[in-house]
Design a protein around this ligand. Structure first.
Ligand code: FAD
Length: 277
């Protein structure tokens, strides 16, 4: 355990260069002090990062830490998914984060899977209970959802297709999370829904990224971040306070764990966990 009374998990993205891989190795070494339950590695839609994802997963396993591979299905065929599942099984991977993914604009959707629920059902049919399957959850509603109700229903459908647990998109408003958990429970979903936490270490990247992925930055946080301009030290100090407070509210509300979007950096995640101890 991390020193917190609940499990934590850590997310990384696959580095693009040998220098990036070496830097990430050092980051992992520091973060292993938090005793994560598992570390997950993102996967570029359309298989664009497959090699980097699998080699990072492999490195984590070889360091004696449980690893989860993210796995997106948009644009994939059953044959390619079957092949990649076999590769992951042979590597000793026991946990997947099963996603639809987003193809970069310009790619036709194609493929044999439309939604994450199709992928979850396929993985279960092909590999039985070999994998612990995580799915994505959106307390502030997925940006392409037809309606809030249909999004909740879609989440319930993918859990019922065979997911064991879920990790949320990041958010800075704990009410959205608790409301989501209550609402999906009413739809018969009782798997753990672990909040995904994005530490705040820079302002422009976060503001840009959040618009696209359906995560709201509350007005007061946005304005404070914009007000700091290029003053990175103030942004970091403010970010640590805001995110530590959020985690404390979540822990007090009984969350089953915390998943950190580390952005391949160790400092903010380590400091937040330290403050929560
Ligand atoms: P789905 O659950 O399939 O939902 C997608 C949309 O379709 C939603 O709007 C939903 O309401 C709707 N929908 C679902 N089923 C139906 C249905 N039957 N009928 C009508 N509408 C339906 N992206 C990556 O590319 N790589 C990653 O590694 C990655 N990791 C992530 C990890 C987490 C924890 C999270 C929260 C997101 C991650 N993403 C990743 C982003 C994710 O791929 C995108 O948010 C994507 O747009 C949706 O994927 P999904 O699996 O949630 O899709």
């Amino acid at each position: 355990m991390s020193g917190l009374k609940l499990p934590i998990s850590l997310e990384f993205f696959p580095p693009k260069t040998p220098e990036g891989a070496e830097k990430l190795r050092a980051v992992r070494e520091k973060l292993y002090a938090l005793k994560p339950e598992f570390c997950s590695v993102t996967y570029g839609a359309g298989g664009s990062t497959q090699e980097g994802t699998f080699s990072t997963v492999s490195a984590i396993l070889s360091e004696g830490v449980a690893a989860a591979s993210h796995f997106s299905c948009i644009g994939a065929t059953k044959a390619t998914v079957r092949e990649e599942l076999a590769t992951l099984q042979a590597m000793g991977v026991k946990r997947l984060v099963a996603l639809r993914g987003d193809l970069p604009s310009g790619y036709g959707a194609g493929g044999e899977f439309h939604y994450a629920s199709d992928l979850v059902a396929f993985i279960r049919a092909e590999t039985g209970d070999d994998f612990h399957i995580e799915v994505a959850a959106y307390p502030e509603i997925h940006p392409q959802a037809k309606s809030p109700e249909s999004d909740l229903q879609a989440f319930a459908t993918k859990v019922k297709a065979g997911a064991n647990s879920a990790i949320t998109q990041y958010f800075y408003n704990s009410d959205a999370y608790f409301r989501f958990v209550d609402d999906v429970y009413k739809l018969g979903v009782d798997v753990p829904v672990v909040p995904g936490i994005m530490p705040i270490s820079s302002s422009s990247q976060l503001l840009r990224f959040s618009d696209a992925c359906g995560a709201e930055i509350p007005r007061w946080i946005r304005l404070r971040l914009q007000g700091y301009g290029d003053d990175i030290a103030s942004i970091k100090a403010f970010g640590l306070d805001v995110v530590s407070d959020l985690c404390e509210q979540l822990i007090n509300g009984g969350v089953p764990g915390i998943h950190f979007y580390t952005m391949n950096q160790s400092a903010a995640t380590s400091e937040i966990v330290e403050r929560l101890k």
